[in-house]
Design a protein around this ligand. Structure first.
Ligand SMILES: C[S@@+](CC[C@H](N)C(=O)[O-])C[C@H]1O[C@@H](n2cnc3c(N)ncnc32)[C@H](O)[C@@H]1O
Length: 277
Protein backbone atom coordinates (compact mmCIF):
# COMPACT_ATOMS: atom_id res chain seq x y z
CA UNK A 1 0.00 0.00 0.00
CA UNK A 2 1.42 3.46 -0.85
CA UNK A 3 1.31 6.53 1.44
CA UNK A 4 -1.63 8.08 -0.39
CA UNK A 5 -3.71 4.94 0.15
CA UNK A 6 -2.93 4.89 3.86
CA UNK A 7 -3.99 8.50 4.25
CA UNK A 8 -7.13 7.83 2.17
CA UNK A 9 -8.10 4.98 4.47
CA UNK A 10 -7.45 7.18 7.50
CA UNK A 11 -9.64 9.89 6.00
CA UNK A 12 -12.54 7.43 5.54
CA UNK A 13 -12.05 6.03 9.06
CA UNK A 14 -12.24 9.57 10.45
CA UNK A 15 -15.27 10.45 8.32
CA UNK A 16 -17.16 7.36 9.51
CA UNK A 17 -16.21 8.05 13.12
CA UNK A 18 -17.29 11.70 12.89
CA UNK A 19 -20.71 10.85 11.49
CA UNK A 20 -21.59 7.59 13.25
CA UNK A 21 -19.07 7.16 16.11
CA UNK A 22 -18.23 3.77 14.60
CA UNK A 23 -14.58 2.87 15.09
CA UNK A 24 -13.00 1.13 12.11
CA UNK A 25 -9.77 -0.61 13.05
CA UNK A 26 -6.81 -0.46 10.62
CA UNK A 27 -7.32 -4.15 9.77
CA UNK A 28 -10.72 -3.19 8.29
CA UNK A 29 -9.16 -1.42 5.29
CA UNK A 30 -10.38 -4.30 3.08
CA UNK A 31 -13.92 -3.39 4.15
CA UNK A 32 -13.45 0.20 3.01
CA UNK A 33 -12.12 -1.02 -0.31
CA UNK A 34 -14.73 -3.69 -1.01
CA UNK A 35 -17.71 -1.60 0.03
CA UNK A 36 -16.71 1.76 -1.41
CA UNK A 37 -15.31 0.68 -4.78
CA UNK A 38 -18.77 -0.26 -6.17
CA UNK A 39 -20.21 2.96 -4.69
CA UNK A 40 -17.48 5.01 -6.40
CA UNK A 41 -18.30 3.43 -9.77
CA UNK A 42 -22.03 3.83 -9.25
CA UNK A 43 -21.52 7.53 -8.42
CA UNK A 44 -19.55 8.03 -11.64
CA UNK A 45 -16.00 8.23 -10.23
CA UNK A 46 -13.13 6.61 -12.11
CA UNK A 47 -11.79 4.99 -8.94
CA UNK A 48 -12.11 4.79 -5.17
CA UNK A 49 -9.24 7.30 -4.88
CA UNK A 50 -11.22 9.76 -7.04
CA UNK A 51 -14.25 9.40 -4.77
CA UNK A 52 -12.11 10.01 -1.68
CA UNK A 53 -10.45 13.00 -3.35
CA UNK A 54 -13.90 14.51 -3.97
CA UNK A 55 -14.88 13.92 -0.34
CA UNK A 56 -11.64 15.52 0.84
CA UNK A 57 -12.11 18.51 -1.45
CA UNK A 58 -15.65 18.95 -0.12
CA UNK A 59 -16.94 18.67 -3.67
CA UNK A 60 -19.02 15.57 -2.92
CA UNK A 61 -22.67 16.07 -1.93
CA UNK A 62 -23.85 15.35 1.62
CA UNK A 63 -25.95 12.54 0.09
CA UNK A 64 -22.81 10.90 -1.24
CA UNK A 65 -21.07 11.37 2.12
CA UNK A 66 -24.02 9.68 3.87
CA UNK A 67 -23.89 6.87 1.30
CA UNK A 68 -20.22 6.34 2.14
CA UNK A 69 -20.98 6.10 5.89
CA UNK A 70 -23.93 3.79 5.22
CA UNK A 71 -21.91 1.55 2.91
CA UNK A 72 -19.35 1.02 5.67
CA UNK A 73 -21.97 0.42 8.38
CA UNK A 74 -23.12 -3.13 9.10
CA UNK A 75 -26.90 -3.47 8.84
CA UNK A 76 -26.96 -7.20 9.63
CA UNK A 77 -30.24 -8.19 11.31
CA UNK A 78 -32.97 -10.81 11.12
CA UNK A 79 -36.42 -11.60 12.48
CA UNK A 80 -36.31 -12.83 16.11
CA UNK A 81 -32.50 -12.56 16.02
CA UNK A 82 -30.87 -14.75 18.69
CA UNK A 83 -34.35 -16.03 19.72
CA UNK A 84 -33.71 -16.00 23.51
CA UNK A 85 -34.27 -12.27 24.17
CA UNK A 86 -37.70 -12.62 22.55
CA UNK A 87 -38.46 -15.65 24.74
CA UNK A 88 -37.49 -13.56 27.79
CA UNK A 89 -39.79 -10.81 26.58
CA UNK A 90 -42.66 -13.26 26.14
CA UNK A 91 -42.28 -15.38 29.27
CA UNK A 92 -40.99 -12.89 31.84
CA UNK A 93 -40.61 -9.22 30.95
CA UNK A 94 -43.99 -8.40 29.41
CA UNK A 95 -46.02 -10.53 31.89
CA UNK A 96 -44.19 -8.79 34.76
CA UNK A 97 -44.76 -5.30 33.37
CA UNK A 98 -48.42 -6.13 32.73
CA UNK A 99 -48.93 -7.48 36.23
CA UNK A 100 -47.43 -4.33 37.75
CA UNK A 101 -49.31 -1.86 35.60
CA UNK A 102 -52.49 -3.34 34.29
CA UNK A 103 -53.81 -0.13 32.74
CA UNK A 104 -50.92 2.06 31.61
CA UNK A 105 -49.02 1.96 28.32
CA UNK A 106 -45.83 0.01 27.69
CA UNK A 107 -43.18 1.89 25.71
CA UNK A 108 -40.44 -0.01 23.89
CA UNK A 109 -37.48 1.51 22.05
CA UNK A 110 -35.51 -0.39 19.40
CA UNK A 111 -32.37 1.71 19.05
CA UNK A 112 -30.36 0.90 15.89
CA UNK A 113 -33.27 -1.02 14.35
CA UNK A 114 -31.72 -1.48 10.89
CA UNK A 115 -34.28 -2.63 8.27
CA UNK A 116 -37.03 -3.20 10.84
CA UNK A 117 -36.96 -6.94 11.52
CA UNK A 118 -36.32 -6.36 15.25
CA UNK A 119 -39.22 -3.95 16.01
CA UNK A 120 -41.57 -5.95 13.76
CA UNK A 121 -40.62 -9.14 15.63
CA UNK A 122 -41.61 -7.42 18.89
CA UNK A 123 -44.86 -6.17 17.34
CA UNK A 124 -45.75 -9.69 16.12
CA UNK A 125 -44.89 -11.15 19.53
CA UNK A 126 -47.18 -8.65 21.27
CA UNK A 127 -50.00 -9.31 18.84
CA UNK A 128 -49.67 -13.07 19.18
CA UNK A 129 -49.24 -13.40 22.92
CA UNK A 130 -50.52 -10.20 24.56
CA UNK A 131 -53.70 -9.24 22.72
CA UNK A 132 -54.81 -6.94 25.56
CA UNK A 133 -51.58 -4.97 25.18
CA UNK A 134 -52.02 -4.42 21.47
CA UNK A 135 -53.42 -0.92 21.74
CA UNK A 136 -51.33 0.03 24.74
CA UNK A 137 -47.88 -0.79 23.43
CA UNK A 138 -45.81 1.92 21.76
CA UNK A 139 -42.82 0.70 19.75
CA UNK A 140 -40.35 3.41 18.71
CA UNK A 141 -37.63 2.26 16.30
CA UNK A 142 -34.64 4.42 15.38
CA UNK A 143 -31.50 4.20 13.29
CA UNK A 144 -28.79 6.54 12.08
CA UNK A 145 -29.29 5.63 8.44
CA UNK A 146 -32.08 7.35 6.51
CA UNK A 147 -31.77 4.76 3.72
CA UNK A 148 -32.19 1.79 6.04
CA UNK A 149 -35.12 3.49 7.79
CA UNK A 150 -36.80 4.01 4.42
CA UNK A 151 -36.50 0.24 3.87
CA UNK A 152 -37.87 -0.47 7.35
CA UNK A 153 -40.86 1.82 6.77
CA UNK A 154 -41.61 -0.04 3.52
CA UNK A 155 -41.76 -3.33 5.42
CA UNK A 156 -40.89 -5.25 2.24
CA UNK A 157 -38.63 -8.29 2.62
CA UNK A 158 -37.03 -10.82 0.29
CA UNK A 159 -37.64 -14.57 0.52
CA UNK A 160 -34.16 -14.95 2.05
CA UNK A 161 -34.96 -12.37 4.74
CA UNK A 162 -38.25 -14.01 5.75
CA UNK A 163 -36.53 -17.41 5.77
CA UNK A 164 -34.21 -16.16 8.53
CA UNK A 165 -35.79 -16.57 11.97
CA UNK A 166 -39.43 -15.99 11.07
CA UNK A 167 -41.72 -18.93 11.93
CA UNK A 168 -43.84 -20.01 8.94
CA UNK A 169 -47.05 -19.41 10.87
CA UNK A 170 -46.12 -15.76 11.42
CA UNK A 171 -45.15 -15.36 7.76
CA UNK A 172 -48.57 -16.48 6.60
CA UNK A 173 -50.41 -14.54 9.31
CA UNK A 174 -48.61 -11.20 9.13
CA UNK A 175 -47.17 -10.88 5.58
CA UNK A 176 -48.66 -10.54 2.12
CA UNK A 177 -46.88 -11.81 -0.95
CA UNK A 178 -45.88 -9.05 -3.35
CA UNK A 179 -44.22 -10.49 -6.44
CA UNK A 180 -41.07 -12.21 -5.21
CA UNK A 181 -41.18 -10.32 -1.91
CA UNK A 182 -43.24 -10.23 1.26
CA UNK A 183 -44.86 -7.09 2.69
CA UNK A 184 -45.64 -6.84 6.39
CA UNK A 185 -49.37 -6.36 6.99
CA UNK A 186 -50.60 -2.88 7.98
CA UNK A 187 -51.72 -4.00 11.46
CA UNK A 188 -48.07 -4.82 12.35
CA UNK A 189 -46.54 -1.94 10.36
CA UNK A 190 -48.77 0.54 12.21
CA UNK A 191 -47.54 -0.62 15.61
CA UNK A 192 -44.02 0.75 14.95
CA UNK A 193 -42.98 4.45 14.80
CA UNK A 194 -39.75 4.87 12.84
CA UNK A 195 -37.47 7.87 13.47
CA UNK A 196 -33.91 8.86 12.63
CA UNK A 197 -31.53 9.15 15.59
CA UNK A 198 -27.77 9.14 16.00
CA UNK A 199 -27.07 7.40 19.33
CA UNK A 200 -23.75 9.22 19.62
CA UNK A 201 -25.26 12.72 19.34
CA UNK A 202 -27.90 14.50 21.39
CA UNK A 203 -31.22 12.66 21.34
CA UNK A 204 -34.61 14.15 20.54
CA UNK A 205 -37.14 13.88 23.41
CA UNK A 206 -37.76 10.20 24.23
CA UNK A 207 -40.62 9.19 26.56
CA UNK A 208 -39.86 7.15 29.72
CA UNK A 209 -39.14 3.62 28.53
CA UNK A 210 -40.18 0.21 29.84
CA UNK A 211 -37.95 -1.76 27.49
CA UNK A 212 -34.91 -0.84 25.40
CA UNK A 213 -33.56 -3.13 22.71
CA UNK A 214 -30.14 -1.74 21.78
CA UNK A 215 -28.51 -4.77 20.25
CA UNK A 216 -25.41 -5.21 18.14
CA UNK A 217 -24.41 -1.57 18.01
CA UNK A 218 -22.35 -0.81 21.17
CA UNK A 219 -19.65 -3.19 19.87
CA UNK A 220 -18.83 -0.71 17.10
CA UNK A 221 -18.17 2.24 19.46
CA UNK A 222 -15.17 3.23 21.58
CA UNK A 223 -15.24 3.03 25.37
CA UNK A 224 -16.19 6.68 25.92
CA UNK A 225 -19.09 6.50 23.46
CA UNK A 226 -20.39 3.25 25.01
CA UNK A 227 -20.32 4.83 28.48
CA UNK A 228 -21.97 8.04 27.31
CA UNK A 229 -24.78 6.12 25.56
CA UNK A 230 -25.42 3.87 28.57
CA UNK A 231 -25.55 6.98 30.82
CA UNK A 232 -28.20 8.46 28.51
CA UNK A 233 -30.15 5.18 28.55
CA UNK A 234 -30.18 5.47 32.37
CA UNK A 235 -31.91 8.81 31.95
CA UNK A 236 -34.76 7.43 29.84
CA UNK A 237 -35.26 3.92 31.27
CA UNK A 238 -37.96 3.60 33.94
CA UNK A 239 -36.89 2.18 37.32
CA UNK A 240 -38.81 -1.00 36.43
CA UNK A 241 -37.41 -1.05 32.89
CA UNK A 242 -35.30 -3.59 31.04
CA UNK A 243 -32.35 -3.14 28.69
CA UNK A 244 -31.47 -5.80 26.12
CA UNK A 245 -28.04 -5.73 24.47
CA UNK A 246 -26.53 -7.96 21.78
CA UNK A 247 -25.19 -11.36 22.82
CA UNK A 248 -21.57 -10.12 22.69
CA UNK A 249 -22.32 -6.84 24.49
CA UNK A 250 -22.51 -6.01 28.18
CA UNK A 251 -22.75 -3.10 30.64
CA UNK A 252 -20.07 -4.73 32.84
CA UNK A 253 -17.02 -2.48 33.32
CA UNK A 254 -18.92 0.26 31.51
CA UNK A 255 -21.75 1.33 33.80
CA UNK A 256 -22.17 0.04 37.35
CA UNK A 257 -25.74 1.35 37.52
CA UNK A 258 -26.90 -1.63 35.49
CA UNK A 259 -27.30 -5.08 36.95
CA UNK A 260 -27.28 -8.14 34.69
CA UNK A 261 -30.32 -10.38 35.10
CA UNK A 262 -30.34 -13.92 33.68
CA UNK A 263 -33.58 -14.93 32.02
CA UNK A 264 -33.48 -18.42 30.61
CA UNK A 265 -30.69 -18.37 28.04
CA UNK A 266 -30.73 -14.59 27.79
CA UNK A 267 -29.21 -11.81 29.90
CA UNK A 268 -30.81 -8.41 30.20
CA UNK A 269 -30.06 -5.42 32.40
CA UNK A 270 -32.00 -3.53 35.07
CA UNK A 271 -31.11 -0.41 37.00
CA UNK A 272 -29.82 -1.22 40.49
CA UNK A 273 -32.23 -0.12 43.25
CA UNK A 274 -29.98 2.69 44.53
CA UNK A 275 -29.64 4.09 41.01
CA UNK A 276 -33.34 4.38 40.39
CA UNK A 277 -34.72 7.63 39.07
C1 LIG B 1 -25.79 -4.53 13.13
S1 LIG B 1 -27.21 -3.52 12.93
C2 LIG B 1 -28.15 -4.05 14.34
C3 LIG B 1 -29.60 -4.23 14.01
C4 LIG B 1 -30.48 -4.82 15.13
N1 LIG B 1 -30.41 -4.05 16.34
C5 LIG B 1 -30.09 -6.25 15.40
O1 LIG B 1 -29.46 -6.53 16.42
O2 LIG B 1 -30.44 -7.12 14.60
C6 LIG B 1 -26.55 -1.95 13.45
C7 LIG B 1 -27.38 -0.75 13.03
O3 LIG B 1 -26.88 0.39 13.75
C8 LIG B 1 -27.01 1.52 12.94
N2 LIG B 1 -26.08 2.55 13.45
C9 LIG B 1 -24.75 2.68 13.21
N3 LIG B 1 -24.26 3.75 13.86
C10 LIG B 1 -25.30 4.29 14.55
C11 LIG B 1 -25.42 5.41 15.40
N4 LIG B 1 -24.37 6.19 15.71
N5 LIG B 1 -26.64 5.69 15.92
C12 LIG B 1 -27.72 4.92 15.61
N6 LIG B 1 -27.66 3.84 14.81
C13 LIG B 1 -26.46 3.54 14.28
C14 LIG B 1 -26.69 1.04 11.55
O4 LIG B 1 -27.25 1.89 10.56
C15 LIG B 1 -27.29 -0.37 11.57
O5 LIG B 1 -28.57 -0.38 10.98
Amino acid sequence: MNATCASDFNYIRELVRRHSAIVLEADKDYLIETRLTPLARQAGFASLEALIAALRANSATSTLRNQVVEAITTHETSFFRDFHPFEALKTTVLPELLAKRSSSNVTIWCAACSSGQEPFSIAMLVREHFPTLRNRVRIIATDLSGAILARAKEGLYSQIEVNRGLPAVLLTRYFQRQGLQWRIRPEIRQMVEFRQNNLAESWPPIPPLDIVFMRNILIYFDLGTKKAILAKIRGVLKSSGYLFLGSSETTLNLDAAFEPISMGKSVCYKLRQNQML
